[in-house]
Design a protein around this ligand. Structure first.
Ligand SMILES: [Zn+2]
Length: 67
């Protein structure tokens, strides 16, 4: 990925972290040339059936919390 500071294309990933729902990943990167640190985001382009499934998920979560 291109460094925003010097434009170098060579970088290394320091850290990768998913968000809570697992739909996106945030990467901490460090430029191999100037050591500038920046962040990139990666996410799924299409999320089919998300709306339909959300109800079912909520339902089972509520039941689990009752115990
Ligand atoms: Zn750089």
């Amino acid at each position: 990925m291109k460094c925003p500071l010097c434009g170098n294309l060579d970088d290394r990933v320091i850290e990768s972290r998913q968000n809570i729902s697992g739909t996106s990943i945030r990467r901490r990167r460090e430029c191999a040339s100037c050591a500038y640190r920046f962040t990139s985001y990666e996410k799924v382009e299409e999320v089919p059936l998300m709306v339909v499934k959300r109800d079912n998920t909520r339902h089972s979560e509520t039941q689990n919390n009752k115990k």
